[in-house]
Design a protein. Structure first.
Length: 212
């Protein structure tokens, strides 16, 4: 009876973790738009003046688009790994709190990147935040799968390795981009697009697809 009650508590904790996570992700994605401000112009400003001011917002808009998609990818990644996690415990809950702290922090480096586009420090700061989020995602997955502690006992080691490498390689792209930023901040930003190649590459290696 005690074991059944413990299992029920674990299931409830997992549900609360997912609910809290969805709320934090939604809040962080909404905050991103606050970096975009309406241009301050005289009411008699010409169309050309307004157009020029709007075009001047492109660096901020660019960082908004990138960050919205990145946070969306982290949300999708978290839900993917929680499909295999059957229960949660206190360690998992606190790791997730650290992860959500990083997610809720993302609007700040996004605003810095938008205000100081192509600045090496801004690019490295942003990349470091994204890499940290990736490493925390891996920590959640490792916490659950190490010894099949919080997942099904028969979960395939191949699938565990696939998800681990997917997470770590994405984080590695951001870590490497920090070094690239000292040479070319613009190239470092473009290197983030390599994260889109991680899944197709590992799909070919492991023979697994997005549904896994």
């Amino acid at each position: 009876m005690a074991q059944e009650q413990h299992g029920e508590n674990d299931d409830g904790l997992k549900d609360r973790i997912i609910t809290l996570s969805d709320g934090i992700f939604a809040f962080a994605m909404t905050l991103l738009v606050l970096a975009l401000e309406v241009p301050v112009l005289a009411s008699q400003a010409s169309p050309d003046d307004l157009l020029g001011a709007l075009l001047g917002l492109w660096p901020r808009l660019e960082s908004y688009i990138i960050s919205f998609l990145v946070i969306g990818a982290y949300w999708s990644g978290q839900h993917r790994i929680f499909r295999y996690i059957r229960r949660a415990d206190g360690g998992m809950a606190w790791l997730n709190i650290l992860y959500l702290m990083c997610i809720s922090f993302m609007p700040f480096p996004t605003a810095v990147l938008g205000a100081f586009s192509r600045n090496q420090v801004a690019v490295a700061f942003y990349a470091a935040t994204m890499a940290t989020a990736g490493l925390l995602t891996w920590s959640l997955w490792n916490c659950a799968t190490n010894g099949h502690r919080l997942v099904d006992p028969d979960l395939a080691p191949r699938l565990i390795a696939y998800n681990s490498l997917t997470i770590l390689l994405s984080a590695a792209v951001f870590l490497v981009s920090i070094g690239i930023s000292f040479w070319s901040p613009a190239l470092a930003m473009y290197s983030w697009l390599l994260t889109a190649a991680v899944h197709p590459m590992l799909d070919r290696i492991y023979g697994l697809g997005a549904g896994h």
